[in-house]
Write a protein that binds this ligand. Structure first.
Ligand code: CU
Length: 147
């Protein structure tokens, strides 16, 4: 039947999306999602408790035109951030802040890696560079504006 077929397709799509969301959040660096505990936590899905999660994409066109999106981040000194770095390109990229020893390592096409870091208090009003290590010389760089 027509309606039945389309609703099961819709369900399959939902399951696929839920699975993707789990994968994207599940590969992190040891934050444990407490989904069953209700006590004193405002945590929602995936264990990202604060609003300081940034999504940055690394991409390229068939290995050329390597870039970050966005290429500017506005951060606050003393705050802790999680960057979800998603590689939508066709070659491996990194999200690396050399000044602060932040590095995802090589992230393969289609993968997402998270890094958490705290902006140093003495970085206020500075501009800090983030790069993709393999493609820094090709201009795959971005700027963090610290306030
Ligand atoms: Cu790159």
């Amino acid at each position: 039947m027509k309606t039945r077929r389309s609703s099961s397709l819709f369900l399959a799509a939902l399951v696929a999306v839920a699975g993707l969301a789990f994968t994207a959040c599940g590969g992190g660096t040891g934050d444990s999602p407490d989904t069953t505990q209700g006590g004193g936590s405002t945590t929602t899905m995936g264990g990202h408790a604060n609003g300081n999660t940034l999504h940055v994409i690394g991409t390229d066109k068939n290995g050329a035109d390597n870039k970050f999106d966005p290429k500017e981040l506005d951060l606050k000194a003393g705050e802790t951030y999680t960057v979800e770095f998603e590689n939508t390109g066709s070659v491996a990229h990194t999200f690396t802040i050399k000044d602060w020893d932040v590095d995802t390592g090589l992230v393969n096409p289609g993968d997402t890696e998270e890094v958490e870091f705290t902006v140093p208090a003495d970085a206020a009003s500075k501009s800090i560079k983030f790069v993709c290590i393999p493609h820094e010389a090709l201009g795959m760089v971005g700027t963090i504006n610290v306030s």
